[in-house]
Design a protein around this ligand. Structure first.
Ligand SMILES: C[S@@+](CC[C@H](N)C(=O)[O-])C[C@H]1O[C@@H](n2cnc3c(N)ncnc32)[C@H](O)[C@@H]1O
Length: 208
């Protein structure tokens, strides 16, 4: 599939040639990727909210994975904002991965698969937005992160941080830091024996 040609100037200012507004129009126009139908809202929710994490990601050197990338948020805006960073856009649905391959920036690769089945401790940073309930999202993301790295999750300001902390502790995670609804969990110890649990188990029997 070839990338559609860029029409006009992007309204998102980036130092890259990535056609951000064309990408967002494609996300909005493709069935099943987002409930958003308005390009201005898509810019706000899928792009600007994603790049909020740039200063947090920059605290850690090394590859980043966007778990449950869907239409590419926050992985695509982070790839464009951090062009020297190796980024993996991971999603369990093949159709979404086909879309992501059309739009992945040069420093991003697309992997079709489930978080629970990926090699553990392969990334410095795992990010996830709207992936699952917080305890499940933590359980899917933290094993992918090596010691010294972090998971950064878009959980919102009403998230139960005690539950997040309880799950993190079981998975080698430290105390969560809340940055206006962006929750950073440092990986301070190796993933314990028995994790990740088999696909489906985290949802059926959440750790908190
Ligand atoms: C609600 S969408 C969110 C997409 C995107 N992050 C966003 O904010 O627009 C959740 C995505 O997670 C993917 N997903 C669900 N469970 C997964 C798993 N275990 N491993 C990888 N991806 C998963 C789904 O296929 C879906 O694309």
């Amino acid at each position: 599939m070839s990338r559609p040609r860029r029409r006009g100037r992007s309204r998102i200012a980036t130092s890259s040639s990535f056609p951000a507004d064309d990408y967002l129009r494609a996300v909005v126009a493709t069935p099943g990727l987002t409930a958003l139908r308005d390009i201005d809202r898509a810019r706000e929710i899928l792009w600007e909210d994603g790049v909020r994490a740039v200063p947090l990601v920059e605290r850690f050197e090394g590859p980043l994975v966007d778990v449950g990338s869907g239409g590419g948020s926050p992985g695509v805006p982070l790839s464009v904002s951090l062009p020297a960073r190796d980024v993996t856009l991971l999603d369990a649905e093949r159709r979404k991965c086909d879309f992501l391959r059309t739009w992945a920036p040069p420093n991003a690769r697309v992997v079709w698969g489930r978080a629970e089945e990926q090699p553990v401790e392969s990334f410095a940073v795992a990010v996830a937005k709207a992936l699952a309930q917080p305890p499940v999202a933590v359980e899917w993301c933290l094993p992918l992160v090596r010691v010294g790295g972090a998971a950064i999750l878009w959980l919102g300001e009403s998230a139960d941080l005690d539950a997040v902390a309880a799950v993190a502790e079981k998975l080698g995670g430290g105390a969560p830091e809340d940055h206006d609804g962006l929750v950073l969990i440092p990986k301070i110890a190796p993933t314990p024996e028995g994790f990740p649990r088999r696909p489906g188990v985290a949802k059926r029997r959440p750790l908190a």
